[in-house]
Design a protein around this ligand. Structure first.
Ligand SMILES: [Zn+2]
Length: 169
């Protein structure tokens, strides 16, 4: 089922997210809905709070459903290591039509369980590293705009608040 996307400034984006249990009866349904909602958006990643569920679950799929094997399920993810630097445009399904250049690590190593509860370590570079960092940020109540600095950060937040006030979402 495609769920409604939670948009800024909904408090659920900033609420604490509890550890998720892949063995919980409602977990498979939640995950299926997240995958469907992310593909429909379309987006390359989605965190549970973005559909109003404050659990530490996120998905990343750089192919947006084109290659089923590309789907990465991140249950209770933790960033183990973040090295190097990349600066690329970034956006978020919870802040429609706003993209800004964000500095992120070029390589990110993350530890997370998969949908069966098996814990493994994953490594991403480039866009995959960016997506891992963006989704783990969501689970900590951080939006990509929080990563901007100085005047750019101020101007971007003003732009977002203006769009929000106009009722664009
Ligand atoms: Zn996002």
């Amino acid at each position: 089922m495609i769920r409604d996307l939670v948009r800024y400034a909904d408090p659920r984006l900033f609420a604490p997210n509890a550890a998720a249990d892949p063995a919980a009866p409602d977990f498979p349904g939640l995950l299926a809905d997240m995958i469907e909602t992310c593909r429909a958006a379309p987006g390359i990643g989605l965190a549970a709070p973005q559909i109003g569920i404050n659990l530490r679950v996120a998905i990343v799929d750089l192919t947006v459903g084109a290659e089923p094997d590309a789907l990465v399920v991140l249950v209770n993810p933790e960033i183990l290591e973040a090295t190097g630097e990349q600066k690329e445009d970034e956006g978020c399904l919870s802040i429609p039509d706003v993209t800004e250049r964000v500095i992120r690590a070029a390589r990110v190593r993350v530890r997370a369980a998969d949908e069966t509860g098996k814990v493994r370590e994953l490594e991403g570079t480039g866009l995959l590293a960016r997506a891992f960092a963006h989704e783990v940020d969501h689970l900590n109540g951080t939006l990509f705009v929080d990563r901007l600095r100085g005047l750019k950060r101020e101007l971007t937040w003003k732009k977002i608040d203006r769009r929000k006030a106009k009722g664009l979402w």
